[in-house]
Design a protein around this ligand. Sequence first.
Ligand code: HEC
Length: 166
Amino acid sequence: MRIAPTRFTLCLTAATAAPAVAGPNADSATLARGRYVVTTSGCNDCHTAGYPESGGKVPEAVWLTGNPVGFNGPWGTTYPANLRLTVQSLSEDAWMARARSAMRPPMPWFSLRDMSDADLRAVYRYIRSLGASGVAAPAYVPPGGKIATPYIEFVPKNLPTRAAAR
Ligand code: HEC
């Protein structure tokens, strides 16, 4: 019995050659997730000066460095913190506790409270990966205090009478 030489034709149809990931970093997915959460949760809207006005065209190098323009309302005047400095001063666990505690308006602290542990940790690691930058935001001014900076009056106007009665 003759055995014909077998010929194998490797037929790789789809071009599925996996792109070589240079220096795969176990944490790169976490950093990418943190960046994604930051950009899609609106953190830059307040914590990065000029971000909403420019449609997000602010270099990543200055993201989350805080905002010297305050928000003024019945709670006083608050300033979006420089999160690049915040994360440097807090351990990851301290960040988790801080991020899950109540804050003054208009900080949507309840959004952080309701984030998964994994996302909140990814946000911390991403912001830390950007490094420290900028200066601390101005200090909180209680109601009636003297405001020395530009600020946004964050008070609803022209409300129907019933809703205005608080
Ligand atoms: C509508 C504006 C606004 C948005 C959006 C916003 N923040 Fe804030 N954030 C503030 C203000 C104002 C403060 C200061 C609150 C205070 O003085 O109590 C603050 C404070 C914080 C603090 C406390 C910082 C510290 O040093 O103690 C953290 C943490 C924080 N924000 C994280 C975030 C993250 C993460 C996002 C996105 C998911 C976000 N913020 C979105 C306005 C905002």
